[in-house]
Design a protein around this ligand. Structure first.
Ligand SMILES: [Zn+2]
Length: 455
């Protein structure tokens, strides 16, 4: 056993969560609210507004997604009788009338800059040429309360005459209406025409450094081909890729996926200098590979993990799939990949001394799903290969997971572990159970065992 406990990587990129919710598309009832989003050009620049018209007036309006209280400061009511307050007990932002009137129509002026939301997609991802991509799910609202039945949203988007909209891979002028559901989607508004290739419909910020643009244009299709071969090819419409860059004083980077969409945003000033730094280049490739992997993750749209406690399944596998893709596609990244494994093991065991894997998301340690999850998947891959003399790999198990979920098995750890049983590897299963247990000592021992298994 050899473990080097040294901090070899400074994570300049932060990999934030992107959730796969388990919320399955139900038939959904028609929303009694009409949502209109409007981008306008004024002498002082672009403005964004959203308005809600309720079929039946109600006491308040609430949102489906409440990751923090930032609407309170970033959404300005156009009517002075309206306010957004944060209800601490409900952990929700609430729209209400200051004088107790019923609400039938409200409008807000939005702040269209990048805002990092710890547990959700960024509302806006600005492009350096004035374009912008926004997340429709951020706008989903309900009268009084949102229930599980509320899963259908009527949206209309109006844009200035010299700009266009890219919605579901199609370019539309001036105005479009659509019906949205589940986690929503990313929609582009601006002057840039999408790049349409055999693989994707892409909106790549013209202000990005050349090397990053080239990487988006070449590496992403290569990664897609790799995962398409290793897992299953994508079905249906061509996926969309959004890569935006706001050249501002910050150090934030966010990537994510929604069904049929991958997006990345850089909110920083130093991309030009960083683009020639090999560590940064490797981190960026990893970042792409992780996001592309989510795309092919069997069953991702149906929900791979049953709940947030099991996020090690989809985040850990995406990180490990990224490692495999990097090793396969770029030989000179092997030592970078190795050092990330070491670092993942180190940060996983440090983290498990403070919280259990199941509670990591509640305790602000979502990164453990990546680090511990990657070590766990690496061990599974190695054991599966050993037991089948190289006939099968982790990819085989994941393809079976997709089949199992499609045929009605619940997504999540229990189903996944059932799929490992035929390999007759009780030591592996025991170590995984230990790693996910509530006992810190057991959990760390579990991870140590898993880390050593491939050797
Ligand atoms: Zn991820």
């Amino acid at each position: 056993m050899k473990i080097t406990l040294r901090n070899v990587i400074t994570p300049a990129l932060t990999f934030f969560i992107l959730l796969f919710t388990n919320c399955l598309a139900s038939a959904g009832t028609a929303s009694p609210i009409n949502t209109i989003i409007e981008k306008a050009q004024t002498d002082n620049g672009a403005t964004w507004a959203v308005s809600y018209t309720l079929d039946t007036p109600s006491e308040r309006l609430v949102f489906v997604r409440n990751p923090d209280s930032s609407r309170v400061t970033r959404w300005l009511p156009i009517n002075s009788d309206i306010e957004i307050v944060y209800n601490i007990a409900e952990q929700k932002e609430v729209v209400r009338s200051k004088t107790g009137k019923l609400i039938s129509n409200v409008s807000f002026s939005l702040t269209p800059t990048y805002k990092h939301l710890g547990k959700d997609y960024a509302p806006f991802s600005p492009f350096s040429d004035g374009g912008n991509a926004f997340h429709s799910g951020r706008l989903f609202a309900c009268a009084n309360a949102c229930t599980e039945e509320d899963n259908k949203w009527r949206l209309t988007l109006n844009v200035p005459s010299d700009e266009h909209i890219v919605l579901n891979g199609k370019v539309v002028k001036s105005s479009v209406s659509w019906s949205d559901n589940n986690d929503g989607r990313v929609v582009y508004v601006g002057k840039q025409q999408p790049i349409i290739t055999d693989d994707v419909v892409a909106l790549i910020d013209p202000g990005l450094p050349k090397s990053i643009k080239a990487s988006l244009e070449e590496d992403i299709p290569n990664m897609m081909a790799f995962f398409s071969h290793s897992l299953n090819p994508l079905k249906g419409e061509k996926p969309m890729l959004f890569a935006s860059y706001a050249n501002v004083d910050d150090h934030s980077t966010q990537g994510g996926t929604l069904p049929n969409q991958i997006f990345m945003h850089w909110n920083r000033q130093d991309l030009n200098e960083q683009a020639s730094n090999s560590n940064f280049v490797n981190q960026t490739l990893w970042f792409f590979a992780h996001e592309v992997a989510h795309f092919y993750q069997p069953g991702s749209t149906e929900g791979v993990s049953e709940n947030e406690e099991q996020s090690w399944l989809h985040e850990g596998s995406a990180d490990y799939f990224a490692a495999i893709a990097m090793n396969f596609l770029y030989e000179d990244t092997n030592s970078y990949v190795e050092s990330r494994m070491t670092r993942a093991f180190e940060s996983c065991t440090e983290g498990l001394a403070q919280t259990t894997l199941a509670h990591a998301y509640k305790n602000g340690q979502f990164n453990l799903y990546y680090s511990c999850g990657m070590i766990m998947h690496r061990a599974i891959d190695s054991v599966v290969q050993q037991k089948t003399f190289g006939e099968e790999t982790l990819f085989t198990v994941w393809k079976r997971l997709q089949k199992a979920v499609h045929s009605g098995m619940p997504p999540g750890t229990a189903t996944f572990l059932t799929l490992l049983e035929p390999y007759n590897a009780p030591e592996l299963i025991k170590a995984i159970n230990n790693a996910t247990s509530d006992d810190a000592i057991k959990a760390i021992q579990g991870i140590e065992t898993l880390y050593q298994l491939p050797e």
